[in-house]
Design a protein around this ligand. Structure first.
Ligand code: PMP
Length: 423
């Protein structure tokens, strides 16, 4: 029995399912990681994998980026400050307001779920309306209002037990890439406070907005006085320094961030228009509180991450996009050599494969991907030391640490995997 198998046996006794977050495809047991550096993860069995999960997108600079680690170490020497104001919180909020197009004010939080939950509450406080519109295949975290009728991320999960029906009744779910459906949903429910959208659907594989779709979403929400929330938990500081908002040139009213903001340390933020953000407690009456929000260690990591991204943005974003493009080009060549029916979606530093001949433009088309082939791909890649997210409804992430050599090895692994699948 190898070490990961042993650990899984032990874990099942104390961690429900043996893991701290749902893991599909790791049968009969997952690997247990011991360390990570750059583009690679090492396991308890001394195996090293090229990592394309990257903490589901959090590690934009790669694992253990030196200036981030340094900043965390030096903050630890000065104490883990939280629940008291620090100058560094101001500095981080100033940096966010400088680089995020919609940000006039920001509030620091811990997780993406917390950020979307408070963004929605804020939209309700501002509009004095109740209802939320989200999109099929869109994932916004683990709280009731966004899990309601989700189907996302989690995309293939059945509705969770324990989610309040009252919350789900306040949430309408409309198809993505369909402006008329959004318009109809708002017309039908004049009590709509906000529309929350992942500008790029990263939790149903990777589904991209059609040309001008996000402009239409902006126009419709503006005309109806509904708050538009961009959930930039995945795209923030990754697609561009200013996230999807900068990439597509569209300003929402509010935006939620997490993941890449701390390059591996837990930190999140909401940011947006001053008139809406001012509704947040203690300035306004919309309740928000958290013991660890704005803690100095995570803030130090975020400042170091943003400093690097700001200073080297003209080098970093083109480089990760180039690495991703070369992996995607190599995969497409290998797919046509193997004559496998597959649609590859990619943008910036993200890509995903769908084993269907159809264009993938929404949840319905994404779900046509052949799950059995994807499962084989995951296994074959793992055998070749490449770790991708263990679900076809997640996205593969390239970091600044992924090299051309990593890209070549990855293309080789995909090519061999496709040949095995074809046999
Ligand atoms: N929004 C999006 C778009 C996400 O991808 C996620 C997490 N995968 C969340 C929100 C929730 O973030 P967290 O897991 O940090 O609560």
């Amino acid at each position: 029995m190898n070490r990961s198998e042993q650990l899984f046996g032990r874990a099942k006794k104390v961690l429900p399912g043996g893991v701290n977050s749902p893991v599909r495809f790791y049968e009969p047991y997952p690997f247990f990681a011991t360390s990570a550096r750059g583009s690679k993860l090492t396991t308890a069995d001394h195996k090293t994998y090229l990592d394309y999960c990257m903490g589901y997108g959090a590690m934009v600079l790669g694992h253990g980026y030196s200036s981030v680690i340094e900043a965390v170490r030096s903050q630890l020497d000065n104490g883990t400050l939280f629940c008291v104001p620090t100058e560094r919180e101001i500095k981080l909020a100033e940096m966010i307001c400088k680089v995020v197009p919609c940000a006039e004010m920001a509030r620091l939080l811990n997780t993406g779920s917390e950020a979307t939950m408070h963004a929605i509450r804020l939209a309700r406080a501002f509009t004095k309306r109740k209802c939320v519109i989200k999109f099929e295949g869109g994932y916004h975290g683990a709280h009731d209002y966004v899990l309601a009728k989700a189907g996302s991320g989690a995309a293939s999960m059945p509705a969770s037990e324990g989610v309040l029906e009252e919350a789900s009744a306040q949430t309408a779910v409309v198809p993505y890439n369909d402006p008329a459906a959004l318009e109809r949903a708002i017309e039908k429910n004049r009590d709509t406070a906000c529309v929350i959208i992942e500008p790029v659907l990263a939790n149903i594989g990777l589904v991209l907005p059609e040309k001008r779709y996000l402009n239409e979403v902006r126009r419709i929400t503006e005309q109806n006085d509904v708050v538009l929330i961009f959930d930039e938990v995945v795209t923030g500081f990754r697609l561009q320094l200013g996230g999807a908002s900068e990439f597509f040139g569209i300003k929402p009213d509010l935006a939620a961030f997490a993941k890449a903001l701390g390059n591996g340390l837990p930190i999140a933020a909401i940011a947006g228009k001053r008139e809406i953000m001012s509704k947040l407690a203690p300035a306004g009456a919309a309740y928000q509180a958290s013991t660890f929000a704005g803690n100095s260690v995570s803030v130090a990591a975020a400042i170091a991450t943003l400093e690097t991204l700001i200073e080297a943005k003209n080098a970093i974003y083109p480089k990760i996009a180039r690495t991703c493009d070369s992996i995607v080009d190599g995969i497409k060549d290998a797919l046509s050599a193997a004559q496998l029916d597959c649609t590859v979606n990619s943008i910036g530093s993200m890509f995903q494969l769908f084993f269907t001949g159809e264009k993938v433009k929404d949840e319905a088309s994404a779900k046509k991907s052949n799950a059995a082939i994807f499962r084989r791909l995951f296994d074959e890649l793992l055998k070749r030391d490449v770790f991708i997210p263990p679900s076809q409804f997640e996205t593969c992430f390239v970091s600044y640490a992924h090299s051309e050599d990593d890209a070549d090895k990855t293309i080789e692994a995909y090519s061999e995997a496709f040949r095995r699948i074809k046999k």
